[in-house]
Design a protein around this ligand. Structure first.
Ligand SMILES: Nc1ncnc2c1ncn2[C@@H]1O[C@H](COP(=O)(O)OP(=O)(O)OP(=O)(O)O)[C@@H](O)[C@H]1O
Length: 599
């Protein structure tokens, strides 16, 4: 990939795309001057975006380190004092950068008001008034906020994460079909991700992102997996399971539990038995503060019928459930789906913070905004199960420019890449190689001299992109992947260690699950309707048997006769409830299908 970057990009929009033949010469060479201009602008926009982001990222790292250092030396000083001094340092940072374009980008990230980090507390700089988020910390903190700050600092003392380097080469996945040949879902995907990095898996729907994520997370389904996946150069082993956190696409949370209860029960169940109950509860609270969930800690999760926490908070709870165990590898399947761009950016910023804590983060993503796209360290672009790009996210645009695909209008890079992966070349320059190939195959169009009206099919674009990656990048990347990792044998041994620590004993698990079940159902059991029902039934039965003598046969018969109608009514009531339930569920199902447009 580096060699591609070192080569002068043949398609220079600004220079009029003079370049030699091959992929460098693009269809847009024949564009009118006005079109060329717009193309130049777009290319510059994209490149300046990348620069700005890297600057912004660097400055934010620096800011974080400063904050951590401050935290370390803070000792027993007042929280307020520590924050003020940090804020002052941050302000100097901002002033240093204000003259550069990075300031803009920084301002936008400050506007996120994301006040939690994994290495320490990072308040937004003083004097910046972009934050509209009520969870942002300020210098006039309430006692609750001060406590939160203290908790964040406490996180610095938690157990360090075992670094895990994930490499995968030529991963293929086939599903056996009842009729015909097996269906290939993934066709030889290679890549790697190191601790501290966030790898994004991008591609159109059905391109195989979830399948690849599942294989890397050791959760491959019923199909046949080929290729090699290694963790610190070792194959997957059962002991790795407790070092892996997997946030699925459809979150599975208990509707009636609060955020605090959800995370506390997860901590009690999943944390090692070497920790006391109190320590586990504290860990759950730490996670709540780290994820900025303190304001909704007593809010119910909610579901289809019960209003609960927001979508973003829900996702954070799911992430919290997984990071509780301090995983080395964190997999997330579409953590931002259904969220607005600002909330999505917060989630990705959170992933970034998690990665900075030494964890390896891999996430699938759908249609990220441009700000969000630049937050990823590495990118895998999939198209129909094939690899279209693997490398640094910041180098994706230059790579596609180098193979002759350049956006003709200012475009979100993620949107551009997804368009390409879908084979859509509208508003994208078509490489001359592809253009020529398509016209060679289509004589009629060429004869009619309608070159400018013709665009290659999605299949042609897909084939071109797969070939371009295979010939230009894949070989070098695979060579890099085959090189052994410079890590100690001890680190490898930890991965393969067969020692398995159970979180809790069978008995403890039973009692925790029992309590959780009671809490989850408490709204059913303790509802006024249920209580009234029980009291009314007791009174009715009591009255029916009032003054009857069970010691004689007549008295028993009397009781029997009196209660029979009652039980008959009860049976009829249960039956009608059952019928009502069934018809209600089928109604609900059909309304859901209607909403999805399936009917
Ligand atoms: N167990 C399975 N049985 C049948 N088809 C499967 C199975 N697993 C994956 N597929 C198919 O493999 C393809 C890739 O699925 P996958 O869920 O990985 O796509 P995706 O890129 O994650 O899509 P989306 O973004 O919509 O979630 C799809 O066409 C899907 O139908």
């Amino acid at each position: 990939m580096e060699s591609i970057m070192e080569k002068p990009v043949a398609v220079d929009a600004a220079a009029g795309g003079g370049g030699g033949g091959g992929a460098g010469r693009t269809r847009s060479d024949q564009l009118a001057p006005s079109q060329s201009l717009s193309r130049t602008a777009s290319a510059e926009t994209v490149l300046s975006n990348a620069d700005t982001t890297s600057l912004s990222r660097k400055s934010s790292f620096g800011r974080k380190r400063t904050a951590s250092a401050g935290g370390g030396g803070g000792g027993g000083g007042g929280n307020r004092h520590i924050r003020k001094s940090r804020s002052a340092q941050l302000k100097v940072d901002v002033e240093d950068l204000v003259s550069s374009s990075a300031a803009l980008s920084r301002a936008s990230s400050a506007s996120l008001g994301f006040s939690f980090t994994f290495t320490g507390f990072t308040p937004p700089p003083q004097g910046m008034h972009y934050s509209a988020d009520p969870t942002t910390f300020s210098d006039d903190d309430s006692p609750m906020d001060i406590e939160a700050g203290a908790r964040r600092r406490k996180k610095l003392m938690t157990e360090p994460t075992l670094p895990i380097y994930l490499k995968f080469t030529e991963v293929k996945y086939r599903l056996s079909a009842k009729k015909g040949s097996p269906r290939e879902i993934l066709g030889g995907i290679s890549g790697s991700v190191s601790p501290g990095e966030v790898l994004a898996l991008m591609g159109p729907s059905g391109s195989g992102k979830t399948t690849l994520l599942s294989i890397l997370g050791g959760r491959a389904g019923g199909g046949a997996v080929e290729g090699c996946v290694s963790y610190n150069d070792e194959p997957y082993s059962k002991s790795l399971k407790r070092r892996i956190g997997f946030v699925t696409q459809d979150d599975v949370l208990f509707t009636h539990l609060t955020v605090k209860e959800t995370l506390t029960y997860a901590a009690l169940l999943r944390l090692p038995r070497t920790m006391t109950r109190q320590q586990k509860k504290e860990r759950a609270m730490d996670i709540i503060y780290e994820l900025g969930l303190e304001r909704c800690q007593d809010t119910m999760i909610g579901g289809s019928f019960v209003r609960g926490v927001s979508g973003g908070e829900r996702k954070r709870v799911c992430i919290g459930n997984e990071i509780l165990i301090n995983p080395s590898l964190l997999f997330l399947d579409e953590p931002t789906s259904g969220l607005d761009s600002t909330t999505a950016l917060r989630i990705v910023q959170l992933l970034h913070d998690i990665a900075e804590d030494g964890k390896t983060v891999i996430t699938t993503i759908h249609q990220p905004s441009s700000r969000l796209f630049h937050k990823f360290d590495k990118l895998i672009l999939l198209g129909k199960g094939s690899l279209l790009y693997f490398g640094k996210a910041s180098e994706a645009m230059p790579y596609f420019q180098s193979i002759g695909c350049t956006p003709l209008i200012a475009m979100n890079p993620a949107e551009f890449l997804l368009d390409l992966a879908n084979g859509n070349t509208n508003d994208v320059s078509v490489p001359s190689e592809l253009d020529d190939k398509v016209h060679m195959e289509n004589h009629t169009l060429e004869n009619n001299n309608s070159k400018n009206d013709y665009r290659p099919s999605a299949q042609d674009v897909h084939e071109y992109l797969v070939d371009a990656y295979e010939t230009r990048v894949a070989f070098k990347e695979k060579k890099k992947l085959l090189a052994p990792l410079p890590i100690s044998d001890d680190l490898k041994a930890t991965i393969t260690s067969s020692k398995r620590e159970w979180g809790t004993s069978w008995c403890q698990q039973y009692s925790i699950l029992f309590c959780r079940g009671i809490k989850e159902r408490r709204h059913d059991y303790l509802s006024w309707m249920r209580i009234t029902q029980v009291i009314a039934t007791s009174i009715i039965l009591g009255l029916l048997w009032w003054h009857s003598d069970p010691s004689t046969l007549k008295g028993l018969e009397d009781q029997h006769h009196k209660t029979m109608p009652f039980y008959a009514c009860r049976l009829a009531y249960c039956f009608s409830l059952l019928c009502f339930g069934v018809s209600f569920l089928s109604l609900l199902q059909s309304s859901h299908s209607l909403k999805r447009g399936q009917c």
